[in-house]
Ligand binder design. Structure first.
Ligand SMILES: *Cc1c(COP(=O)(O)O)cnc(C)c1O
Length: 399
């Protein structure tokens, strides 16, 4: 007997409200320790107590970013951090090369255009990685050094594709002059992004992704080369003038009132991350990714992104014979598990499983087994019954 979706009770109505499970690529689940830190009384942001916390989080942010560069905190979502990363280092009319193979790549092209930059896009189909050769060709052809920055999304959350940032960055370095500005919103804390080793100039991220804290903070790491560009940049700016943030950070403070309780959360989350260790964090994310992808394959559902460029933050699935939105509805209604849908032209065509941040082996097994039952209830013919959870558990148990 199949379930009638209409007959499933709304999870929101149940007394089990705390069982809500976020399996989306942001906002991501928040650990209890972090939630409790936020419940503390707010303190003044000009107090010595607050400065002490700022000093600690600034140090730990550099650790997480694997850099000695400044890592500045802005009150904004990830988009604000990216906008800050663009408007502080470029001037109207500057030519930029923007990689676009999903919703977020498109967004950086839009922001760049909004600020009067001359945008040249390198596009790829959604679900496919950016072609690094196209970057090489365009950068090599730029003998006049007109290109001022290359802007790329490392992990394209809308499709679950991890772009080959290392290679693109190598071509940027061969060009010699232009900056590399990176959206690392769902790659930082999920996969290796060695900022100093690669020489990444501007790297933006946001709190509700790999950081395991709620939305509201943006982070921008800035290299000395980017600061040199800052000196000549004529873009109008005020709230997001990163020079002010740098000046304040040197005194362990912020130019404007920060969301103090989110900084408490950040302090605890970074301590947790340090305790786990970068290598372990990356290993956990790749293990969860493999488990998810293996299970989806066992279910016989097509993955949107190929294995070679799979994001370790999110897996996009393009189901055939079952409606993606029906799957999401049942998962939410019956199991109280939130999955993400598709964006723009992929709306209704895919669903996305987030495995970013505070996510464990158990969360994947729960999601996969619930998904298997959901598909079965929706009448999907599972090609490998009994093998799906096994496929998911293999990478988890063997590592
Ligand atoms: C979430 C996300 C952002 C930022 O989005 P906000 O809603 O502004 O936080 C940017 N880039 C990518 C790749 C993301 O996943």
């Amino acid at each position: 007997m199949y379930w009638q979706i209409e007959q499933l009770s709304d999870a929101e109505d149940k007394s089990m409200e705390d069982k809500h499970m976020l399996m989306i690529p942001g906002p991501t689940p928040v650990p209890e320790k972090v939630l409790l830190a936020m419940a503390k009384h707010t303190i003044g942001h000009r107090s010595p107590e607050f400065s002490q916390i700022m000093e600690e989080v600034t140090e730990n942010l550099k650790w997480l970013h694997q850099t000695n560069n400044d890592v500045l905190i802005v009150t904004a979502s990830g988009t604000g951090a990216m906008e800050a990363g663009i408007i502080n280092f470029l001037s109207p009319g500057d030519r930029v090369l923007v990689g676009s193979n999903g919703k977020f790549g498109d967004r950086w092209a839009k922001i760049s255009k909004a600020y009067g930059l001359e945008v040249d896009t390198i596009a790829a189909e959604w679900g496919q990685p950016l072609d690094t050769e196209e970057f090489r060709t365009k950068l090599e052809a730029d003998t006049e050094k007109q290109i001022k920055a290359v802007i790329v999304t490392h992990s394209e959350t809308s499709t679950g594709v991890l772009n080959d940032l290392e290679t693109i960055n190598r071509h940027v370095k061969e060009h010699g002059e232009c900056l590399i500005i990176v959206d690392a919103v769902t790659s930082l804390g999920a996969v290796n992004v060695p900022i100093d080793e690669w020489g990444l100039d501007v790297v933006a991220s946001g709190s509700q992704k790999g950081y395991m804290i709620p939305p509201g903070l943006g982070f921008v790491s800035v290299s000395p080369k980017a600061w040199a560009a800052y000196e000549n940049c004529t873009m109008p700016r005020f709230y997001f003038d990163l020079g002010q943030y740098r000046k304040s950070a040197q005194k362990n403070t912020t130019p404007f009132t920060p969301p103090v309780n989110l900084i408490f959360a950040l302090q605890v989350a970074l301590q947790m991350m340090k305790e786990e260790g970068l290598e372990n964090i990356f290993a956990r994310h790749s293990r969860l990714t493999k488990a998810t992808r293996d299970a989806i394959k066992a279910l016989g559902l097509p993955l949107l992104a190929p294995d070679e460029c799979a994001s370790t933050a999110v897996t996009a699935v393009a189901p055939t014979n079952v409606e993606a939105e029906q799957i999401r509805k049942v998962m939410k209604k019956h199991f109280d598990i939130a999955l993400a849908g598709g964006q723009d032209h992929l709306k209704g065509k895919i669903f996305r499983i987030g495995h970013l941040g505070f996510v464990s082996d158990r969360d994947i097994l729960t999601t996969i087994s619930s998904l298997e039952i959901t598909l079965q209830q929706l009448g999907y013919q599972n090609p490998a019954p009994k093998k799906v959870v096994k496929a998911a558990s293999k990478p988890l148990i063997l590592t």
